[in-house]
Design a protein around this ligand. Structure first.
Ligand code: NAD
Length: 368
């Protein structure tokens, strides 16, 4: 395979700490950054984790705001900002998954408070400059370096309580970031290395985690994969998979990680004939000579998570509007997205049939 000779790579200005028990150092991180008092943000379910952070912050803990919600309603962001002002906070520590981190980003975007992130799922938002905010029922997204956390603390011990099904789906959500980075128009050799290593880490870790969520070795490997795959998402342009999941999730209110986990093998089958470098990297990462779309579908089966959109509440009547919405917005993808091709893809995902390999024709003359 030819070497990719032309690319750009932006390194992110943040410190990453990775260690079992690292959350105990959150106060030192604040001090290192010259910050005095942090408001701790979490979802209601992660309140006990936020209390642990406040204990570790000591005098630097301003209080807790525990109302983070999926997709960041602007009203929630406003409430959190008011709370931060009342408590004299000059920063936020966010603990939890993408919902909590999204709230921290919204506050950073609108009010400039710096963030320290302590992720406990594999969604990867902590490594991206991508923000999202829901106003009047419509989610807006964008990229702005101001929302990047100034420090990220990965502590595998905090993830042992993540249920098996959420762990598996969240892991495949992260794998989707790596897959799309491998065939992105702005792919680079360093990001491709990270993507391949990220998929390898999840392939090894997820089956063990589903059997025993307290296995710290596997939890550490998965969180390492989340870091790598999140970095890939932050560094590249998203293609069909992310756009399709965004439209499905937004219009039908589907669970985020599970939607990614179901859709991924079918989008890969759609794209892989025109992305041979990505295909080879995924075969190495998945440890197979099989077609990677089929291998990913088999992995999802092994992890015992929903494998059809129907199980998530979608039916045939929803599909025409999804197809219209996706094809009406052009974006980069290795294979052009046609209404007919997308409908075929969605019929497979709706019923959860095992993919049979590449769905589209011969490779292009300029393989990605
Ligand atoms: P989430 O934050 O809602 O967490 C998923 C579930 O995991 C929740 O039920 C939560 O209570 C539970 N959970 C989290 N930590 C836990 C723990 N330690 N123990 C037990 N349960 C725990 O969802 P998510 O999948 O992490 O993130 C999804 C959101 O993040 C979406 O809004 C998505 O759009 C956004 N996202 C943004 C980016 C970005 O770059 N901006 C990237 C990925 C996802």
């Amino acid at each position: 395979m030819t070497f990719q000779r032309s690319f750009r790579y932006h390194a992110l200005p943040m410190q990453v700490t990775f260690e079992v028990g690292a959350v105990a150092g959150v106060g030192d991180e604040l001090a290192r950054l010259g910050l005095r008092r942090a408001l701790v943000l979490c979802t209601p379910e992660q309140r006990s984790l936020a209390e642990l952070v406040v204990d570790h912050l000591g005098d630097r803990g301003a209080g807790i705001f525990d109302q983070a919600r999926m997709h960041v309603p602007v009203e929630t962001a406003d409430q959190a900002r008011v709370r931060a002002r009342e408590l004299g906070a000059d920063s936020c520590v966010v603990i939890g998954g993408g919902s909590s981190i999204g709230l921290g980003k919204a506050i950073a975007l609108e009010h400039g408070l710096p963030i320290i992130a302590v992720p406990t799922t594999y969604a990867g938002s902590e490594m991206t400059p991508i923000w999202g905010l829901t106003r009047d029922g419509r989610k807006q997204t964008g990229r702005d370096p101001v929302v990047l956390p100034q420090a990220v603390i990965y502590d595998p011990a905090l993830t042992t309580t993540l249920p098996a099904e959420i762990s598996a789906a969240s892991g495949l959500n992260a794998v989707a970031h790596a897959v799309e980075a491998l065939y992105a128009p702005d792919a680079s050799p360093i990001i491709s290395l990270m993507a391949e290593e990220g998929v390898r880490a999840f392939t090894a870790a997820l089956p063990t985690i589903v059997e025993d969520g307290t296995d710290l070795e596997a939890r550490a490997q998965a969180l390492y994969g989340a870091w790598l795959c999140g970095s890939c998402l932050g560094a590249t342009t998203m293609s069909l998979h992310h756009k399709l999941c965004h439209v499905l999730g937004g219009s039908l209110d589907l669970p985020h990680a599970q939607t990614h986990a179901v859709v991924l093998p079918y989008v890969l089958a759609y794209n892989e004939s025109h992305a041979p470098r990505a295909r080879e990297a995924l075969q190495r990462a998945l440890g197979t000579e099989q077609d990677p779309s089929v291998a990913l579908w088999d992995l999802a089966q092994q992890l015992k998570i929903p494998h059809s959109l129907r199980e998530l509440g979608v039916d045939e009547s929803h599909l025409p509007a999804i197809v219209d919405e996706v094809v009406s917005r052009p974006y980069s993808n290795p294979v052009p997205v046609t209404a007919e091709g997308l409908r075929h893809l969605l019929d497979g995902a709706l019923n959860g049939h095992r993919p049979t390999g590449p769905m589209t024709g011969a490779p292009s003359a300029h393989p990605i």
